[in-house]
Write a new protein. Structure first.
Length: 463
C-alpha cells in the first residue's frame, strides 16, 4: 500500500462545482444561495474559481449574470483563455437542468474545500515538525491555530428568520416563568450579587479585577466552590500564578472555616482537624479541575477546555487567574496581545457555551486618586478588555488602604500581614461597572481573611 499522500489527488467534486456554476446561469438567485456557502477559492478547478469570481464581480455591480456577461467580464480580465474559452462557458450552462439543488451542490463544494484546507494544515504541521526550526511549544501553538482556522471557516451561521427566534425565545421565557428562582444562570452563591446579574450565564465573559492583595483569587475560588458544591457544576480553573496545592489549601480553609495560618503550620486543634476532614470530603466530591501550567497560551486553554468538555460531558464554568499572565504570540506589543487574548476568551465562551471568569490586575493609577474605587480605565493593559466583557466587576476594600501594609506586598487573604481580631473581618464591595444584560451597582459582602472566605452580609455565620 502506498502511504505517500503527496501523490494523491486532493478531495474535489468536478460535477458539483460545474453544477453550482450551471445553476447560476439558469437563475441569478442561485448565485445568492451559493455565496452563502462558498467563495471562489473553495472551487478546486482553477477555471471554476475564475468563473465564480467573475459572477460575483457582476453581482457586485448589479449586472445580470449569464454566458454573455460572464464572457465579457473574463475578456476584460484577460482570463477567457485561462478557463478554456467560450466553449467551457457553454458546457457549464448545460451542466444542470434546474437551479433547484444549488444549496446541495454548494455544500458539497464547501465540504471538499474544507477537507483540502485540513490536508494543507496537516501537511504544514508535519513539515514544521520535521524541520524543528521552532521550539515545541511554538509548533504546537501554531498547529492548533491552523486547525482552529479550518474549523472556524467551516462553522458559520446564516440568517435566522425572526419568527423562529421569537418562538425559541418564548420557550425560554416560559421555562423561566415556571421556575421558582429569579436566578436564571449559574448562581454565584451570594444573593445580592445574583440579584444584579441573575447568575453567571452561558457565553458570557466576566472580568473580575482588583489591586493585588484585595482578595480576587479568594473570591474567584469561593465562586468556584459555590458553583461546584451547591449547583453540582463542573468547573475548570486555570491558575497561572499559584500552584494547585496552594489553591486547594485556600479552598479547604474556606470550606471548613479553618485558619489559614494554622493550616500552613499544621498546628490544628481537634475541632479544626474535624473541619478539615469534612471539607476534604466535600471538595473531593465536586467536579473541580485545576490546571496550574505556568505561561499557558490561549490555544492550550482552548484545547484543554474542549478536551475536558468531551471527557466529562459537562463544563459549566471556567476561571482564569489571571488574564495578563496568559502568554501571547510575541508578534505584537503587550497591549495588543492582551486585547487579542480577551477577544479569544469571549469567542471561547461562545464556542463552549459557558461563562468564563478572567481575573485581571489593575494599574497603579487608582492609587493616585482620592476615591480609590476602581474604574474601567484602571484595568491594566486594558485595550479591548472592557469592550469584550459582558460583565466587569471590581473588588474594593476600605481597610486595604487604611492598613499601613496594604500595598501590593501580598497576593490574597492568607498572605497578608497578621491582622488583629478587628481587621480579620472586613466589608468588601463588589462593584459591577459594566453589565451588558442588567443593572450596574454594588453588592456588599463580608471577607473573613483568615478563612479566605466571602459571605453575604445577611447570612454570615457566627464564629
Amino acid at each position: 500500500m502506498n502511504n505517500d499522500i503527496t501523490t494523491r489527488i486532493p478531495p474535489n467534486d468536478k460535477d458539483a462545482e460545474q453544477a453550482v456554476l450551471g445553476a447560476v446561469f439558469l437563475s441569478q438567485d442561485a448565485l445568492i444561495e451559493a455565496m452563502e456557502y462558498v467563495e471562489a477559492e473553495d472551487f478546486y478547478q482553477h477555471a471554476n474559481q475564475l468563473v465564480f469570481q467573475a459572477m460575483m464581480n457582476l453581482n457586485d455591480e448589479e449586472e445580470p449574470v449569464d454566458v454573455v456577461t460572464v464572457q465579457n467580464e473574463l475578456d476584460r480580465l484577460n482570463q477567457i483563455e485561462d478557463i478554456g474559452g467560450v466553449s467551457y462557458l457553454a458546457e457549464l450552462a448545460s451542466a444542470v437542468p434546474t437551479a433547484a439543488n444549488t444549496t446541495y451542490y454548494a455544500k458539497i463544494v464547501k465540504n471538499k474545500s474544507t477537507l483540502r484546507r485540513l490536508i494543507n494544515a496537516a501537511t504544514s504541521i508535519v513539515t514544521r515538525s520535521f524541520e524543528e526550526d521552532d521550539d515545541v511549544d511554538s509548533i504546537i501553538d501554531l498547529s492548533e491555530k491552523e486547525i482552529m482556522d479550518v474549523s472556524e471557516n467551516r462553522n458559520h451561521k446564516g440568517f435566522r428568520r425572526i419568527s423562529d427566534v421569537v418562538k425559541s425565545s418564548l420557550e425560554e421565557i416560559d421555562k423561566l416563568y415556571d421556575q421558582d428562582s429569579d436566578v436564571t444562570g449559574l448562581s454565584t452563591g451570594y444573593k445580592e450579587l445574583d440579584d444584579m446579574t441573575t447568575g453567571l450565564h452561558k457565553d458570557e465573559l466576566i472580568i473580575l479585577a482588583a489591586r493585588p492583595g484585595v482578595g480576587k483569587t479568594a473570591f474567584a475560588l469561593n465562586l468556584a466552590q459555590n458553583a461546584a458544591t451547591k449547583s453540582n457544576a463542573t468547573v475548570a480553573i486555570f491558575s497561572l500564578e499559584m500552584g494547585a496545592e496552594s489553591l486547594v489549601n485556600r479552598m479547604l480553609c474556606s470550606e471548613g472555616s479553618i485558619d489559614a495560618n494554622a493550616l500552613r503550620t499544621g498546628k490544628l486543634d481537634e475541632g479544626q482537624w474535624n473541619n478539615l476532614v469534612v471539607a476534604m470530603g466535600s471538595l473531593s466530591r465536586t467536579n473541580v479541575y485545576i490546571d496550574d501550567t505556568p505561561g499557558i497560551k490561549m490555544a492550550e486553554i482552548r484545547s484543554k477546555c474542549r478536551r475536558l468538555l468531551k471527557e466529562s460531558g459537562h463544563l459549566d464554568l471556567v476561571i482564569i487567574d489571571y488574564l495578563q499572565l496568559i502568554e501571547g504570540t510575541g508578534q505584537e506589543n503587550r497591549q495588543q496581545e492582551v486585547s487579542v487574548i480577551s477577544r479569544n476568551l469571549k469567542k471561547l465562551a461562545k464556542e463552549l457555551h459557558v461563562p468564563i471568569i478572567a481575573l485581571s490586575q489593575l494599574s497603579r493609577g487608582v492609587e493616585a486618586r482620592q476615591d480609590k474605587r476602581p474604574m474601567l480605565s484602571d484595568i491594566r493593559e486594558s485595550g479591548s478588555i472592557e469592550q469584550d466583557a459582558d460583565i466587569v466587576a471590581f473588588l474594593y476594600r476600605d481597610d486595604y488602604y487604611r492598613d499601613e501594609d496594604g500595598d501590593d506586598n501580598n497576593g490574597g487573604g492568607n498572605e497578608e500581614p497578621e491582622d488583629s481580631e478587628d481587621q480579620n473581618v472586613g466589608e468588601v464591595e463588589v462593584i459591577i461597572s459594566k453589565n451588558r444584560s442588567g443593572p450596574r451597582g454594588t453588592a456588599k459582602l463580608l471577607f473573613v481573611k483568615s478563612y479566605n472566605k466571602f459571605s453575604s452580609i445577611a447570612t454570615i455565620p457566627e464564629n
